[in-house]
Ligand binder design. Structure first.
Ligand code: NIG
Ligand code: FE
Length: 412
């Protein structure tokens, strides 16, 4: 099946396939072709260029998209979309004055979601999660990382990872799975954290490896959760199974998590709402990608990741949704792109680079996703009529999408 799009108002993010991420000041540039064509064969981009250079060739379908913009679909590199129930009561508690930390210390937060997950069947968990994933596809997400971390027992974590695997097998989305057993300390291990670390290392990791259920490993490295020493134990053990780290660091406190991630060759370090000068230095001299989660800052009212300092300091940056029931209950990447501009002073070009190619890099899939290049997957957003791509972040909260295509197929 071949499809030819013609008269594309702007074809965004056209780059050589070999360009795997966009770094520092290069993020200001969003390569695009005005009045373009794009040819797809099966699930792959085979040709594109200016309408002037279009050579007439047989196509099964020709679609005139006059007035519309085409860009690669969003690559959301950090989500907790597999969860049970919701935490809207905690949302109201926060509105009434409690903090996220206070709610967590009273046994709410992640432990609340873990209890609900335990009480929910695997089938129901799959259905609830799949409903969210399907909504994300309509919002333009074409690749998604999903974490475990609400199981907090061997059985619970395996249950979550099996659900992620089932989503991978049934959804058209490109999915990457991350094992986040070290998301919180379960109640029964409160006075013996090491016993829980041992369970992760000696029981969960070998089983997850044997069943091939995870691509990456994550730890919530934060005061009251997992210390540097705890994190290091897990990253060391996970490395023996070939699991590359993508870790939660510096959400509320900066105490060396960034450096530890870099030491263990993390693909990404995520959150970074609080960064000190040491963190900037280690990041600058590494291939680890910083990931900002502006939806979490927005929802919790905490500082935003200092995107300007990172980008102007010569670093790459990705943005992701962090979709989860506690700190960011939305996976709408269009809104995340708006927030990056409005709250982190990123330009539309930088935000779109951060949500496409750099997002793909943060999932180790940028050889196939995140830009328009011949040989890459035809995962596309076709926007409604607009004057320029700047309208995507400008009309915050609006849905800019006309249609989405995943691996060469339109999704209805
Ligand atoms: O990325 N910070 C840790 N984990 C999630 C929140 C999880 C939750 O509250 O359920 C986050 O913000
Ligand atoms: Fe998260």
């Amino acid at each position: 099946m071949s499809i030819l799009f013609t008269h594309i108002k702007e074809l965004l993010q056209t780059r050589p396939k070999s360009e795997l991420k966009v770094v520092g000041s290069a993020m200001k540039d969003l390569p695009h072709i005005k009045n373009a064509f794009l040819r797809i064969q099966g699930d792959t981009i085979v040709d594109f260029g200016s309408m002037r250079d279009l050579v007439v060739q047989e196509s099964d379908e020709v679609i005139d998209v006059t007035g519309k913009i085409i860009l690669p679909s969003w690559c959301d590199s950090h989500s907790h979309v597999v969860y049970a129930g919701d935490r809207s009561q905690e949302f109201v508690d926060r509105l009434n004055g409690l903090t996220y930390e206070e709610i967590a210390s009273k046994g709410g937060g992640i432990l609340n979601s873990a209890q609900t997950l335990q009480d929910t069947s695997e089938e129901a968990l799959f259905e609830q999660s799949m409903e969210r994933v399907n909504a994300l596809i309509q919002l333009g997400t074409g690749a998604l990382e999903i974490k475990s971390g609400y199981g907090l027992s061997t059985e619970g974590e395996l249950k979550m990872l099996r659900v992620i695997k089932k989503i991978k097998d049934t959804s058209p989305l490109k999915i990457k799975a991350t094992f986040l057993g070290a998301h919180a300390i379960p109640k029964k291990y409160k006075s013996d954290k090491q016993a829980y670390l041992d369970l992760i290392i000696n029981s969960m990791l070998p089983k997850i490896h044997a069943q091939k259920l995870a691509d990456f490993v994550d730890v919530f490295c934060e005061k009251g959760y997992f210390s540097l020493e705890d994190t290091e134990q897990i990253l060391k053990a996970a490395a023996q199974y070939g699991l590359v780290p993508k870790i939660h660091v510096n959400q509320f406190n900066a105490f060396g998590g960034v450096g530890l991630g870099v030491k263990y060759k993390a693909l990404s370090v995520d959150h970074l709402e609080v960064l000190n000068s040491e963190d900037f230095e280690v990041l600058k001299n590494s291939s680890t990608l910083p990931v900002a989660l502006p939806g979490c800052s927005f929802f919790l009212g905490i500082p935003y990741t200092p995107a300007r300092k990172l980008i102007d300091g010569g670093m790459a940056l990705a943005i992701a949704s962090d979709f989860n029931p506690g700190s960011a209950p939305s996976g709408n990447m269009n809104f995340i792109v708006s927030l990056a501009c409005i709250k982190m002073n990123m330009s539309p070009e930088e935000a779109i680079n951060a949500a496409t190619l750099n997002g793909a890099y943060a999932m180790d899939i940028s050889e196939q996703y995140g830009s328009i290049a011949t040989g890459k997957k035809a995962n596309l957003i076709i926007t409604k009529n607009m004057t320029s791509y700047r309208q995507i972040p400008y009309h915050f909260g609006n849905n800019p999408i006309h249609k989405v295509m995943i691996d060469g197929q339109f999704v209805d």
